[in-house]
Design a protein around this ligand. Structure first.
Ligand SMILES: [Zn+2]
Length: 308
């Protein structure tokens, strides 16, 4: 059995974009419920996420962007930054905990206290560009964690795997000029945010797929496009932008993955990290909006991380 950490914080429930918004606190409640129902809570190490510090955030986002975000927090009600991204009074607390979760996970893994970690956090992060909140995202959690591994722990090569149904434009924005970071991703295209298909950066392995793509095609892409790039990069640590909105039951996208696909890809990632001589994996929640399939998929993914 592997020591797997489960990192979250009650503050992540405080961010609220309105009654009918799909990126809602109930997502974390659904994950919690399912985790307990599956009896998985007994096998994981639980940690409260700390607040990310300014020093950790400015490795990805300029200080003036952080100031703008802080100044945009409403005293009450909801303030929209774009048609689908809004702030409530608790948003920055939640965003700082989300980013802090990835930083803590990185520290725990690199100190050898755990082998891998899943961060059940919101708001998500992979659409947040260096200077722009968008697509339900404010701070790029996975990018902040990856930069923490590079800058605070001195790692030389890391990889980011993104299997959310949407392209991780923010993560690409953060790392397209940083050859220490390999990003492999798959995303429905053409689809929000309409980026990624034309990127020529050698450290970005973007694989756009049409609506209707199912698990068999997904597995072929992972085997033929992601794995060779990962083996060549030899990452000392892998970060996962774990979005579960490519699930068959998730209406947000039109890709048809199921739990067994998430288990399979998790096992593939574990295998390639071990081939490179490490076990270090930090997985951070991104999308996933059908509460039932989100929670089932997270449990399947965490079980695979923990060798259960
Ligand atoms: Zn998504």
């Amino acid at each position: 059995m592997t020591t797997t950490a489960f990192i979250t914080h009650r503050d992540c429930w405080l961010h609220d974009m309105g009654t009918f918004h799909p990126e809602c606190p109930d997502r974390l409640a659904a994950i919690n419920d399912r985790l307990i129902a599956a009896g998985l809570d007994m096998y994981l190490s639980f940690y409260d996420a700390p607040l990310a510090t300014q020093e950790q955030i400015v490795r990805v986002h300029p200080a003036n962007y952080l100031e703008e975000l802080n100044a945009s927090v409403p005293d009450h009600g909801i303030r929209h930054l774009d048609p689908d991204t809004a702030m409530s009074p608790g948003t920055m607390k939640a965003a700082l905990r989300s980013a802090g979760a990835g930083v803590l996970a990185t520290d725990l893994v690199l100190k050898g206290e755990i082998e891998n970690a899943f961060c059940a956090v919101r708001p998500p992060g992979h659409h947040a560009e260096r200077g722009k909140a968008m697509g339900f995202c404010f701070l790029n959690n996975v990018a902040i964690a990856a930069r923490h591994a590079l800058e605070a722990h001195g790692l030389e090569r890391v990889a980011i795997v993104d299997f959310d149904v949407h392209h991780g434009n923010g993560t690409e924005d953060a790392f397209r000029d940083d050859p220490r970071v390999l990003m492999v991703s798959i995303f429905q295209h053409p689809f929000y945010p309409y980026s990624g298909a034309d990127c020529t950066a050698p450290n970005m392995v973007n694989v756009p797929v049409p609506a209707g793509t199912r698990g068999d095609a997904f597995r072929t892409i992972v085997a033929e496009r992601w794995m060779p790039a990962l083996r060549e990069h030899k990452p000392q640590m892998v970060f996962i932008s774990a979005g579960f909105d490519a699930h068959y039951e998730d209406d947000m996208g039109s890709v048809g993955l199921v739990e067994s696909d998430y288990v399979w890809v998790t096992e593939q990632i574990k295998a390639v990290v071990e081939e490179c001589g490490h076990k270090n994996i930090v997985s951070i929640l991104e999308g996933g909006y059908s509460l039932s399939s989100l929670a089932r998929s997270v449990v399947a993914h965490v079980k695979a991380l923990a060798d259960l």
